[in-house]
Design a protein around this ligand. Structure first.
Ligand code: DX5
Ligand code: ZN
Length: 223
């Protein structure tokens, strides 16, 4: 299994997003993770569809748009129009998960569902047929630079088992506190996409940090 690295722009300089995109491209990132926060589902407020559209114009990398917003069904169309390639919604934020996933897929993007640390894997039991990827939050969502919650490794393993049992191809993404100390464990538990904010943009050489993270993850991949 090839582990993909998605640097999170949340830890980049918001006044220099084009530079952050260039760093991700040159560093060999597989996607760019874009954190959308509405000030309700999480206390912070970040960016919305116009900035996603601007990012789309500025990079060839897929945009992995993580919606930390209440009632995402009300704004999915705008993120699709903005050019989001992957869109994930929190299962805790919508009463209409299936509808959200269907709208995302119909709009031509990959559909993801995100689980907060306290939300069990079973919350996705009836959704495997509608999902392209499932995201394990390994911190409580809302800001970068938090400590990795260790039980997330076991959660990835359970999720991997659930995907296999459902005979579906959903990829598993992990978001929050991912760094060199946990990348191998996550990859060996079945994570295929690692989101990394501080451990990329918080480093002196973010491009090299992407490659280091990939090498660490590769160390954990079973062949
Ligand atoms: C947190 C966001 C993450 C964040 C990760 O709510 O969803 O994507 O950018 O940042 P680090 O890697 O610093 O924990
Ligand atoms: Zn995120």
């Amino acid at each position: 299994m090839n582990v993909r690295i998605a640097p999170s722009l949340l830890s980049a300089d918001f006044a220099r997003l084009a530079d952050a995109l260039a760093i991700a491209e040159e560093g060999g990132a597989d996607a760019v993770h874009v954190d959308v926060m509405d000030g309700h589902f999480v206390p912070n407020l970040t960016i919305g569809p116009p900035v996603v559209a601007a990012l789309k114009r500025a990079t060839r990398l897929p945009l992995d748009v993580h919606l930390m917003i209440e009632n995402p069904e009300e704004s999915l169309d705008r993120y699709l129009e903005a050019g989001a390639d992957w869109i994930s919604v929190h299962v805790e934020a919508t009463r209409h998960l299936q509808r959200c996933l269907e709208v995302i897929r119909r709009g031509g993007a990959r559909a993801g569902a995100v689980l907060n640390p306290a939300t069990p894997v079973g919350a996705l039991a009836d959704s495997w047929g509608d999902l392209d990827y499932a995201v394990v939050m390994s911190v409580n969502p809302g800001r970068g630079g938090q400590a990795f919650l260790p039980h997330s490794v076991e959660k990835v393993r359970s999720l991997r088992q659930a995907v296999l049992e459902a005979r579906r191809g959903a990829a598993i993404e992990v978001d929050g506190g991912v760094d060199l100390s946990n990348a191998a464990d996550l990859a060996s538990a079945g994570a295929e996409i690692l989101v990394a904010g501080t451990s990329v943009y918080g480093q002196d050489d973010p491009g090299a940090a992407i490659e280091r993270l990939r090498a660490a993850a590769r160390g954990g991949v079973r062949v």
